[in-house]
Design a protein around this ligand. Sequence first.
Ligand code: TYD
Length: 212
Amino acid sequence: MSARLVMIEGGDGSGKSTLVHNLAEALKKEGQEVVTTREPGGSPKAEEIRRLILQRETGDNFSPDAEMLLFYATRMQHLFDTVVPALKRGEMVICDRFEVSTFAYQIHARSGNEPLFAKLHQEVVRLLKPLNVHCVYAHCDIDPEIAAKRVMSAGRLLPDVFDAREQAFHEKVREGYKVASQHLDTMFEHVVLDASKTPEEVLAEARNKLNL
Ligand code: TYD
Protein backbone atom coordinates (compact mmCIF):
# COMPACT_ATOMS: atom_id res chain seq x y z
CA MET A 1 0.00 0.00 0.00
CA SER A 2 1.44 3.39 -0.99
CA ALA A 3 1.60 6.49 1.20
CA ARG A 4 -1.76 7.91 2.08
CA LEU A 5 -3.21 10.46 4.49
CA VAL A 6 -6.42 9.31 6.14
CA MET A 7 -8.10 11.87 8.38
CA ILE A 8 -10.80 10.66 10.75
CA GLU A 9 -13.14 13.53 11.54
CA GLY A 10 -16.30 14.07 13.56
CA GLY A 11 -17.85 15.77 16.55
CA ASP A 12 -17.06 15.07 20.19
CA GLY A 13 -18.18 11.55 21.15
CA SER A 14 -18.45 10.37 17.54
CA GLY A 15 -16.07 7.47 18.17
CA LYS A 16 -13.25 8.85 15.99
CA SER A 17 -10.46 7.82 18.32
CA THR A 18 -11.83 4.29 18.59
CA LEU A 19 -11.98 4.07 14.81
CA VAL A 20 -8.39 5.38 14.45
CA HIS A 21 -7.24 2.70 16.90
CA ASN A 22 -9.25 -0.14 15.34
CA LEU A 23 -8.28 0.79 11.79
CA ALA A 24 -4.58 0.96 12.63
CA GLU A 25 -4.67 -2.35 14.51
CA ALA A 26 -6.44 -4.12 11.64
CA LEU A 27 -3.99 -2.77 9.06
CA LYS A 28 -0.89 -3.49 11.18
CA LYS A 29 -2.08 -7.09 11.64
CA GLU A 30 -2.05 -7.34 7.86
CA GLY A 31 1.55 -6.12 7.81
CA GLN A 32 1.01 -2.51 6.76
CA GLU A 33 3.18 0.38 8.00
CA VAL A 34 0.79 2.75 9.74
CA VAL A 35 1.45 5.90 11.72
CA THR A 36 -1.39 7.07 13.97
CA THR A 37 -1.46 10.64 15.15
CA ARG A 38 -3.87 13.37 16.26
CA GLU A 39 -4.72 17.04 16.11
CA PRO A 40 -4.35 19.35 17.81
CA GLY A 41 -0.96 17.85 18.64
CA GLY A 42 0.78 14.88 17.10
CA SER A 43 4.43 15.68 17.94
CA PRO A 44 6.06 16.95 21.16
CA LYS A 45 6.18 20.58 20.02
CA ALA A 46 2.71 20.40 18.47
CA GLU A 47 1.40 19.01 21.79
CA GLU A 48 2.85 22.06 23.59
CA ILE A 49 0.66 24.27 21.42
CA ARG A 50 -2.31 21.90 22.00
CA ARG A 51 -2.00 22.48 25.75
CA LEU A 52 -1.99 26.21 25.19
CA ILE A 53 -5.19 26.03 23.11
CA LEU A 54 -7.23 23.58 25.18
CA GLN A 55 -6.35 24.51 28.74
CA ARG A 56 -8.16 27.83 28.80
CA GLU A 57 -10.66 28.71 31.46
CA THR A 58 -14.18 29.48 30.22
CA GLY A 59 -14.41 33.22 29.64
CA ASP A 60 -10.66 33.49 29.12
CA ASN A 61 -10.50 32.40 25.51
CA PHE A 62 -8.23 33.51 22.72
CA SER A 63 -9.75 35.80 20.11
CA PRO A 64 -11.26 33.81 17.20
CA ASP A 65 -8.41 34.66 14.81
CA ALA A 66 -5.74 33.95 17.43
CA GLU A 67 -7.37 30.59 18.18
CA MET A 68 -7.46 29.62 14.51
CA LEU A 69 -3.84 30.67 14.05
CA LEU A 70 -2.90 28.52 17.04
CA PHE A 71 -4.69 25.53 15.49
CA TYR A 72 -2.66 26.15 12.33
CA ALA A 73 0.54 26.66 14.31
CA THR A 74 0.14 23.22 15.90
CA ARG A 75 -0.92 21.79 12.49
CA MET A 76 2.16 23.16 10.70
CA GLN A 77 4.42 21.75 13.42
CA HIS A 78 2.61 18.40 13.19
CA LEU A 79 2.97 18.33 9.40
CA PHE A 80 6.67 19.20 9.70
CA ASP A 81 7.51 16.73 12.48
CA THR A 82 5.20 13.79 11.81
CA VAL A 83 2.92 13.76 8.78
CA VAL A 84 5.18 14.84 5.91
CA PRO A 85 8.16 12.67 7.00
CA ALA A 86 5.94 9.57 7.31
CA LEU A 87 4.32 10.18 3.92
CA LYS A 88 7.78 10.66 2.40
CA ARG A 89 8.81 7.29 3.87
CA GLY A 90 5.85 5.81 1.99
CA GLU A 91 3.77 5.12 5.10
CA MET A 92 0.09 5.52 5.73
CA VAL A 93 -0.84 8.24 8.22
CA ILE A 94 -4.12 7.95 10.09
CA CYS A 95 -4.91 11.18 11.86
CA ASP A 96 -7.53 11.76 14.56
CA ARG A 97 -8.88 15.15 13.37
CA PHE A 98 -7.26 17.49 10.86
CA GLU A 99 -8.25 20.63 8.98
CA VAL A 100 -11.90 19.73 8.53
CA SER A 101 -12.26 20.21 12.30
CA THR A 102 -11.12 23.82 11.90
CA PHE A 103 -13.73 24.36 9.23
CA ALA A 104 -16.50 22.70 11.31
CA TYR A 105 -15.65 24.30 14.67
CA GLN A 106 -13.96 27.65 13.98
CA ILE A 107 -15.57 28.60 10.67
CA HIS A 108 -19.01 27.02 10.45
CA ALA A 109 -20.01 26.70 14.12
CA ARG A 110 -18.29 29.87 15.36
CA SER A 111 -18.60 32.04 12.24
CA GLY A 112 -14.84 32.47 12.05
CA ASN A 113 -12.72 34.33 9.52
CA GLU A 114 -13.22 32.31 6.36
CA PRO A 115 -10.73 34.24 4.15
CA LEU A 116 -8.05 33.55 6.78
CA PHE A 117 -9.03 29.86 6.83
CA ALA A 118 -8.86 29.73 3.01
CA LYS A 119 -5.32 31.19 3.04
CA LEU A 120 -4.12 28.80 5.72
CA HIS A 121 -5.73 25.87 3.93
CA GLN A 122 -3.78 26.78 0.80
CA GLU A 123 -0.56 26.55 2.83
CA VAL A 124 -1.47 23.00 3.85
CA VAL A 125 -2.26 22.17 0.22
CA ARG A 126 1.10 23.65 -0.82
CA LEU A 127 2.86 21.27 1.59
CA LEU A 128 0.87 18.15 0.72
CA LYS A 129 0.25 18.45 -3.02
CA PRO A 130 3.86 17.88 -4.15
CA LEU A 131 3.91 14.60 -2.21
CA ASN A 132 1.30 13.29 -4.61
CA VAL A 133 -0.39 11.11 -2.00
CA HIS A 134 -4.02 10.19 -1.66
CA CYS A 135 -5.63 12.44 0.99
CA VAL A 136 -9.05 11.43 2.24
CA TYR A 137 -11.13 12.29 5.26
CA ALA A 138 -13.87 10.20 6.80
CA HIS A 139 -16.64 12.04 8.61
CA CYS A 140 -17.96 9.96 11.53
CA ASP A 141 -21.48 11.31 11.39
CA ILE A 142 -23.72 11.03 14.45
CA ASP A 143 -26.57 12.90 16.12
CA PRO A 144 -24.85 15.08 18.77
CA GLU A 145 -27.44 14.04 21.37
CA ILE A 146 -26.46 10.37 21.00
CA ALA A 147 -22.79 11.39 21.02
CA ALA A 148 -23.28 13.38 24.25
CA LYS A 149 -24.93 10.37 25.92
CA ARG A 150 -21.95 8.24 24.91
CA VAL A 151 -19.53 10.74 26.39
CA MET A 152 -21.50 10.84 29.66
CA SER A 153 -21.76 7.06 29.95
CA ALA A 154 -18.01 6.76 29.35
CA GLY A 155 -17.53 9.05 32.37
CA ARG A 156 -15.77 11.73 30.34
CA LEU A 157 -17.17 14.77 32.09
CA LEU A 158 -16.60 18.04 30.30
CA PRO A 159 -12.80 17.69 30.04
CA ASP A 160 -12.20 20.99 28.26
CA VAL A 161 -13.85 24.18 27.12
CA PHE A 162 -14.93 22.69 23.77
CA ASP A 163 -16.87 19.81 25.32
CA ALA A 164 -18.71 22.27 27.59
CA ARG A 165 -20.47 23.95 24.68
CA GLU A 166 -24.12 23.44 24.13
CA GLN A 167 -26.09 21.10 21.94
CA ALA A 168 -26.85 23.78 19.34
CA PHE A 169 -23.15 24.32 18.88
CA HIS A 170 -22.60 20.61 18.25
CA GLU A 171 -25.45 20.62 15.72
CA LYS A 172 -23.63 23.42 13.87
CA VAL A 173 -20.40 21.44 14.00
CA ARG A 174 -22.17 18.44 12.46
CA GLU A 175 -23.58 20.67 9.72
CA GLY A 176 -20.09 22.12 9.19
CA TYR A 177 -18.66 18.67 8.51
CA LYS A 178 -21.41 18.10 5.96
CA VAL A 179 -20.61 21.21 3.91
CA ALA A 180 -16.83 21.29 4.47
CA SER A 181 -15.83 19.65 1.19
CA GLN A 182 -17.12 22.69 -0.71
CA HIS A 183 -14.50 24.79 1.09
CA LEU A 184 -11.53 22.49 0.64
CA ASP A 185 -9.19 21.84 -2.25
CA THR A 186 -10.37 19.00 -4.50
CA MET A 187 -7.24 17.03 -3.54
CA PHE A 188 -9.13 16.08 -0.35
CA GLU A 189 -11.61 13.29 -0.98
CA HIS A 190 -14.19 12.49 1.62
CA VAL A 191 -16.52 9.74 2.78
CA VAL A 192 -19.30 9.76 5.37
CA LEU A 193 -19.60 6.99 7.96
CA ASP A 194 -22.64 6.15 10.09
CA ALA A 195 -21.04 6.57 13.52
CA SER A 196 -24.19 5.52 15.39
CA LYS A 197 -23.33 1.89 14.60
CA THR A 198 -21.13 -0.40 16.70
CA PRO A 199 -17.33 0.08 16.54
CA GLU A 200 -17.03 -3.14 14.50
CA GLU A 201 -19.63 -1.96 11.99
CA VAL A 202 -18.01 1.48 11.70
CA LEU A 203 -14.63 -0.19 11.12
CA ALA A 204 -16.08 -2.37 8.37
CA GLU A 205 -17.80 0.60 6.72
CA ALA A 206 -14.59 2.64 6.92
CA ARG A 207 -12.46 -0.11 5.36
CA ASN A 208 -15.00 -0.53 2.60
CA LYS A 209 -15.47 3.17 1.80
CA LEU A 210 -11.76 4.04 2.18
CA ASN A 211 -10.64 0.98 0.21
CA LEU A 212 -8.38 -0.12 3.04
P1 TYD B 1 -9.77 16.44 22.01
O1 TYD B 1 -9.63 16.20 23.46
O2 TYD B 1 -8.70 15.93 21.11
O3 TYD B 1 -11.20 16.01 21.57
P2 TYD B 1 -11.73 14.76 20.82
O4 TYD B 1 -11.41 13.59 21.69
O5 TYD B 1 -13.18 15.05 20.67
O6 TYD B 1 -11.00 14.74 19.48
O7 TYD B 1 -9.94 18.01 21.85
C1 TYD B 1 -9.92 18.59 20.67
C2 TYD B 1 -10.96 19.69 20.67
O8 TYD B 1 -10.47 20.70 19.80
C3 TYD B 1 -12.28 19.20 20.10
O9 TYD B 1 -13.35 19.65 20.88
C4 TYD B 1 -12.36 19.86 18.76
C5 TYD B 1 -11.46 21.04 18.86
N1 TYD B 1 -10.78 21.40 17.60
C6 TYD B 1 -11.11 22.61 17.00
O10 TYD B 1 -11.96 23.35 17.50
N2 TYD B 1 -10.48 22.95 15.84
C7 TYD B 1 -9.53 22.17 15.25
O11 TYD B 1 -8.96 22.53 14.21
C8 TYD B 1 -9.19 20.93 15.89
C9 TYD B 1 -8.15 20.04 15.29
C10 TYD B 1 -9.84 20.59 17.07
